[in-house]
Design a protein around this ligand. Sequence first.
Ligand code: GDP
Ligand code: MG
Length: 440
Amino acid sequence: GLSDRLQETIKKIRGKGKVSEADVKQMTREVRLALLEADVNFKVVKDFINRVKERAIGQEVLKSLTPGQQVIKIVQDELAGLMGGEQSKIQFSPKPPTVIMLVGLQGAGKTTTTGKLANYIRKANNKNPLLVAADVYRPAAIKQLQTLGGQLSMPVFTMGDKESPVTIAKEAIKKAKEDHHDIVFIDTAGRLHVDDTLMEELEEIKAVTDPNEIFLVVDAMTGQDAVNVAESFNERLNITGAILTKLDGDTRGGAALSVKAVTGTPIKFVGMGEKLDALEPFHPERMASRILGMGDVLSLIEKAQANVDAEKAKEMEKKLRTMSFTFDDFLEQIGQVRNMGPLEDLLAMMPGAGKLKGLKDAKIDDKKIGQIEAIIRSMTPLEKSDPDIISASRKKRIALGSGTTIQDVNRLLKQFKDMKKMMKQFMGNTKGKKRKNPFN
Ligand code: GDP
Ligand code: MG
């Protein structure tokens, strides 16, 4: 696929001691395709590529000791720069309540994001939010917000579906002042397409509530369309930021780049799931890596390829998958891992590993690896393949034989167990997803 080709090119260029103009051209060609495939607007791509070329062929790179890496860094820097700095700060009103209005197409994630954002800001900024149900067109919309409010123990202001959203919004602000809410989140209606009636309504809500922020909620999976949507909403409402939802899906997130580049509006947050805590501040560097489809995974692949015998790694993976992984395998893997650098670093690079519980407990101190090897070598073959049989007296024998303590033996047994558990989780996590197997 395309990202494979890009990774090939990047890999080739990364190691180069000298980068020619032809190398840069090939690289930018692949980057260009990757961006287009990631749904970045073509005008944005063109400008971007020109800037990268200029810098990459310039002095900056020629003088560098590692020109290959320098070129890659330029690409990532420029991409991150395009998306702006970290922008998760909210404009709070000096005179409460702060009003935040969420707008966007139907299904973009407005209602969900209203709950998530209120939850986030309540925690991060110690605020007391009021949620406002101003979508009166979909019968379930009010109920949906009320359910979220219930889950968050957060009050929801509604007037049913008989009043106009403009009236509801106006009354909600009054209510917020009465009840001393210092921040108000207005969940508005969406349509399947940008339409004039809706825009007029949103303009009116804006006029009566004077919001400090108008966030456009965009579904990251809508790709190119996101740009047109952002432009339309921005023209009518002057949005102050965008929130990109559903980034937990397969999308590359190129829409993020286009939205920022085309409307000049920063991405403030990203939605990473349906749960109420699945909202994160936007990180431009991470998004840059994601769009290019490389990032940490690439360096992991490089490391693994350079140091691990591919056949062995495959076999190992199969064992992990089937849970027939034994201490003998562990020992062998320790040898291989030793050549790759700290195990912790390696685990940290695995996609999804950051989310794994138990990663900390499974961490293996490099200095202790010698000790671990000694303990494993003191086990009998049966003990190695079935550690469950290791009784107290066996532990004592193993400790003596390896010059360690029973606590050391216990710790290793626990680490081994945790590692198996973690690997199982890891295999489960990535199964079926379009992720690169680092050991393939
Ligand atoms: P609205 O019509 O704009 O109010 O959209 P909703 O808030 O009702 O969301 C539409 C659907 O998208 C719901 O099923 C949400 O659970 C889902 N959704 C919203 N944000 C995210 C996200 O960040 N990730 C995922 N996976 N689903 C999301
Ligand atoms: Mg909704």
